[in-house]
Design a protein around this ligand. Structure first.
Ligand code: IPD
Ligand code: CA
Ligand code: CA
Length: 254
């Protein structure tokens, strides 16, 4: 299953790379929420591959929703995470593929085609980047930490714009980034490039593979208050573990 997920992420990533920079057909799902023909092509390819190999498995994909099968296995896929970046030619986007078994994610693979980086994990087996083991960072304090976050598509209308958190972390961290691909952000926590990441309003396909990759790289993933993470609840705090309480305290400040 892990090898299948890795190959699938790589092959779908090739579709993203091949269409990069071409004139794209872009539609608006919301005021600032885009979908390109490449999101749809990539998801179609992924669904075909899963259906051929595991016809009884269920699939949850961002563009096509939940398939009809009832199964203990559910593939959770984001065919293009970072669509706004992609549509602007900003090279920070990926394909994210996870496999859930009876509600627990057991396999995750995320492929960044512009850097040819494949992040992957199987529950209990550690995490890898291009087949080499990866570990979260050992940065122990917020003042030395490079953090990352994102802003949801409902940022214009939501009362929770994440700016309060962003502003507080600017005051206490070494620096804060906003890169536009939650799945890549999580991989970078796993690889020790970021020390912590938080975001609101994400969906299961943004977090399922990345959250497993972080925990398998020795990091910690919870809701903001430190309670157990749930892919279907849109709130995530992912850190190297050492910063977890400090970040949770900042997020919970009134
Ligand atoms: C988005 C990205 C972004 C995050 C958004 C997501 P998409 O996914 O992960 O970083 O801030 O909330 O929806 O739409 O590019 O697949
Ligand atoms: Ca996404
Ligand atoms: Ca997407």
């Amino acid at each position: 299953m892990l090898n299948f997920a890795k190959q699938l992420a790589r092959d779908a990533g090739r579709i993203l790379r091949e269409h990069m920079g071409r004139q794209l057909d872009v539609r608006h799902k919301g005021q600032i929420d885009l979908v390109t023909e490449v999101d749809l092509l990539s998801e179609k390819f992924i669904r075909e591959q899963i259906n051929n190999r595991f016809p009884k498995h269920q699939i949850l994909g961002e563009e096509g929703g939940l398939s009809e099968q009832t199964s203990a296995y559910r593939w959770i896929v984001d065919p293009l995470d970072g669509t706004t970046n992609y549509a602007h030619g900003y090279p920070c986007f990926c394909v994210s593929v996870a496999l859930e078994h009876e509600g627990t994610v057991i396999v995750g693979a995320i492929y960044d085609p512009t850097r040819d980086e494949l992040f992957a994990a199987e529950r209990g087996q550690g995490a890898t980047l291009n087949e080499r083991a990866i570990q979260v960072s050992t940065i122990p304090s917020l003042e030395r930490a490079l953090l990352c976050t994102g802003f949801p598509y409902n940022v214009r209308t939501s009362p929770q714009k994440n700016l309060n958190h962003f502003s507080r972390f600017l005051d206490v961290a070494q620096a804060v980034r906003r890169d536009g691909s939650a799945a890549i952000d999580l991989c970078y926590v796993a690889a020790g490039r970021f020390d912590g990441f938080w975001e609101l309003n994400l969906s299961a396909w943004d977090m399922a593979a990345g959250s497993l990759i972080v925990t398998e790289a020795g990091g910690q993933v919870t809701k903001f208050d430190g309670s157990p993470f749930d892919n279907y609840i849109p709130e995530i705090l992912a850190t190297n573990g050492l910063l977890h309480t400090a970040m949770s305290d900042v997020l919970l400040q009134k």
